[in-house]
Design a protein around this ligand. Structure first.
Ligand code: BTN
Length: 243
């Protein structure tokens, strides 16, 4: 496994994407930074992480020998790998919040930003950015929304060990993807999906509140919520939130 360690960088995802443009990059190359000046999150948000305390890294995954048609299977594989690695190292009870946040209870401990290079409708390669809150114990964000491994277990973790476990689990799950084990990936993902089959209050993009429960993920990767009248509504990432 090729690991590039940086002290400070704007964003490991941006750095690795530039590398891919400028040079030939080995599959599963990792870029890890002790601190990010402009860490990027989903939907143009910022990813804040205290320097030296947490894992902020990106992994290059190339799909030269096989073609991925459905992004959802890739997201299943990646989030399951991170989920499994955290459990292996911490024994915490955690879940995956659709599409790919890792939560302990209601608190986010890890965010994943997958940036794909698409040609002719197919994903050619991905830069998978992972921000895992490890040994940080003070957060400026509302503490009822975020947490870290240390806050949850009162233990310090070795960042290198965690990184290696995540990459090794990623290789296994990406291998399943290559072997077209889509049903297994989806079944495993749904088993650990946050609030699956649990009556919950949601808010749609117009701010309208409604009750329902998450029943699955559509073929296109949309979140399916079953309403009280048993109809199913489907939502994209920006179209629904937990109320
Ligand atoms: C999210 O919003 O939940 C996704 C956060 C992803 C953060 C990671 S940290 C390493 C990599 N580099 C970035 O700029 N972002 C990702």
């Amino acid at each position: 496994m090729k690991i590039i360690k940086l002290n400070a960088i704007d964003s490991t995802n941006s750095f690795l994407k530039e590398m891919v443009i400028d040079s030939v990059v080995e599959n599963f190359t990792v870029v890890v930074a002790e601190s990010q000046i402009k860490g990027r999150g989903q939907q143009d948000s910022l990813w804040l992480s205290e320097p030296f305390k947490n894992l902020t890294f990106s992994v290059y995954i190339s799909f030269k020998n096989f073609k991925i048609k459905h992004k959802k299977n890739l997201l299943f594989a990646i989030s399951l790998a991170v989920y499994e690695a955290i459990i292996k190292e911490t024994k915490l009870h955690i879940s995956i919040k659709w599409p790919n946040d890792i939560l302990s209870g209601n608190k986010k401990i890890c965010g994943i930003l997958v940036e794909n290079s698409i040609q002719k409708d197919k994903i050619r390669h991905s830069v998978v950015g992972i921000g895992l809150n490890v040994n940080q114990i003070n957060f400026s964000e509302a503490i009822n929304k975020v947490s870290s491994l240390k806050l949850l277990t009162q233990k310090n973790y070795d960042l290198d060990v965690l990184l290696k476990t995540i990459v090794s689990k990623l290789k296994k799950r990406i291998n399943q993807l290559e072997n077209k084990e889509f049903e297994k990936l989806e079944a495993d993902y749904l088993k650990v999906l946050y609030k699956k089959n649990t009556p919950t209050m949601f808010k749609d993009s117009k701010g309208v509140l409604f009750m329902g429960f998450i029943s699955g993920i559509s073929k296109e990767g949309l979140l399916q919520i079953e309403l009280e009248d048993e109809t199913i509504r489907e939502f994209g990432i920006k179209e629904v939130s937990f109320a």
